[in-house]
Write a protein that binds this ligand. Structure first.
Ligand code: SAM
Length: 362
């Protein structure tokens, strides 16, 4: 069960009507009509996505609204460009991966150290898996734990709570269009647009590795997050859904095959061929996540086999896709940039026999 939604007070409406014949009172009437609209617009802006980085020339990228059957969610307030930063958020608090005290006690204790407005924002988040038989009204500490479990995401060595980002709903495979990552240097969570997102479209992230069949994804999401996924991919007709499942299963299979290069079960040429197969299948599926990492793997394999021109090409591709997912100023982009200018300085350089492994087929 979710906490009761807060009710907003509705101001009493004015009952006296100005006469139409009087221009001054007509102007006053317009003014009276405009004031609530301006106040509503300001309140909407303040409560739905304004933060310092939103105040750029393009205006705030999203609003938070109620969505049928999903609770709250983020919807693009204007066209958002691929690779655009949509959220930069600091954690309300973080929790290490292993703890000694009871999680209920820990969360309640950490909440005491946050500002009252932040605590309210936290307690307003949605949750699933509340212990059966307990009344949420008399067990706020259990509500806090359930909220934490539903909304916490990876943040460095631990997990953290980011109330703004926590409103992002889930989409599978080609349906998710934003990606979040923790940046150690800034100690903040960054959310980037993986694709162009037209105004009015919902911003969706992914809660799990969605390179799984629809049935497997649905089981996981229902058990872990308490909802039946109806994203664009889960809503495909049976024929299209089977084709998508087959692509996703093949992608996973190719990823497993690729890892065998690490133990020399396949050579560099086969490894690069496998990366190109994954890339092609992902194009067909519309699955664009993790491409920076995949291209960086290509650069690594090329460097290991001392294939200078392949290192450069894979590294350039990695920079492009890392920039979309992680930001052009992220550490991983800087690391790969070094490989394009000085392939011989790549950490994997020359660790395997020399071989022309092959370039990206993009
Ligand atoms: C991290 S919260 C996301 C924000 C949430 N909608 C809210 O109102 O705060 C996770 C919860 O959102 C809902 N949710 C997320 N993605 C959904 C989807 N694709 N369809 C339906 N519900 C979804 C589920 O209730 C899930 O447990």
């Amino acid at each position: 069960m979710r906490p009761a939604k807060r009710q907003r007070r509705v101001p009493p409406t004015r009952t006296s009507k100005p006469t139409l014949g009087n221009r001054r009172s007509f102007a006053l009437r317009l003014l009276w009509l405009a004031i609530p609209a301006l106040v509503a617009a300001l309140a909407y802006y303040l409560f739905n996505g304004a933060d310092p980085h939103d105040l750029g020339i393009n205006g705030p990228p999203f609003v938070v609204i109620n969505l049928l059957g999903k609770g709250k969610g983020l919807v693009a307030a204007r066209d958002i460009k691929q690779g655009e930063l949509v959220i930069q958020e600091y954690p309300l608090f973080t929790v290490p991966k292993s703890i000694l005290e009871s999680p209920t006690t820990l969360i309640s204790r950490l909440l005491q150290n946050v500002a009252p407005a932040d605590r309210d924002a936290f307690m307003n988040l949605s949750y699933v898996h509340f212990p059966e038989g307990l009344d949420p009204d008399t067990h706020p500490e259990e509500v806090a734990l359930a909220i934490f479990q539903t909304n916490a995401v990876a943040a460095g060595d631990g997990v953290g709570i980011f109330p703004r980002m926590a409103r992002l709903n889930h989409g599978c495979s080609s349906a998710f269009n934003v990606v979040y990552s923790w940046r150690q240097r800034e100690q903040a969570l960054f959310v980037y647009a993986l694709k162009n997102i037209p105004k009015g479209q919902e911003l969706l992230t992914t809660y799990t590795d969605t390179k799984r069949t629809r049935k497997e994804r649905r089981e996981f999401l229902s058990q872990s997050y308490g909802f039946e996924c109806t994203c664009a991919v889960c809503s495909l007709n049976d024929v299209a859904s089977k084709a998508s499942d087959a692509r996703l299963t093949a992608i996973s299979h190719h990823y497993s095959h690729l890892t065998t290069w690490g133990r020399r079960a396949i050579d560099g040429v086969e490894a690069i061929r496998t990366i190109n197969k994954i890339w092609k299948l992902e194009d067909e599926e519309g699955y664009w996540s993790e491409r920076g990492r995949l291209a960086a793997d290509g650069a690594w394999i090329a460097a290991a086999h001392s294939d200078v021109s392949a290192v450069r090409l894979w590294a350039q591709l990695a920079i492009k896709w890392y920039a979309y997912e992680l930001g052009a100023d992220s550490d991983l982009v800087s690391d790969v940039q070094r490989a394009t200018s000085q392939p011989e300085q790549h950490p994997a350089w020359g660790s395997r026999e020399p071989l022309i492994v092959g370039a990206p087929v993009d």
